[in-house]
Ligand binder design. Structure first.
Ligand code: SF4
Ligand code: SF4
Length: 80
């Protein structure tokens, strides 16, 4: 399972990718992020679910190890 530390950095940088346009409240922050927590966590979109997105979109392209590494690299960049 992907080791997300819950920092919230990805939820505050939605303007980095057009696929999150519908969630962006206008300044890059997700409209569902409240007190740095996802207010719809149990029902968050598939695009916000790292492991489930792998199964749905990336399984044919990357090994799980490669996919996690790409995600950890992106997390590190967003945390800066
Ligand atoms: S930036 Fe990475 S570690 Fe932080 S909340 Fe998003 S997925 Fe989790
Ligand atoms: S729906 Fe939740 S997990 Fe997805 S970007 Fe918004 S706050 Fe983050």
């Amino acid at each position: 399972m992907f080791a997300c530390d819950g920092c919230g950095a990805c939820c505050k940088n939605l303007d980095k990718s057009p696929i999150y346009e519908d969630l962006n409240r206008g300044d890059g922050v997700c409209k569902y992020l409240i007190d740095n927590q996802c207010s719809v966590y149990e029902n968050r979109p598939l695009l916000c679910r790292v492991d489930e997105s792998y199964e749905a979109f990336f399984k044919q392209i990357y090994s799980l190890e490669e996919y996690y590494e790409l995600n950890y690299t992106m997390c590190a960049k967003l945390k800066i």
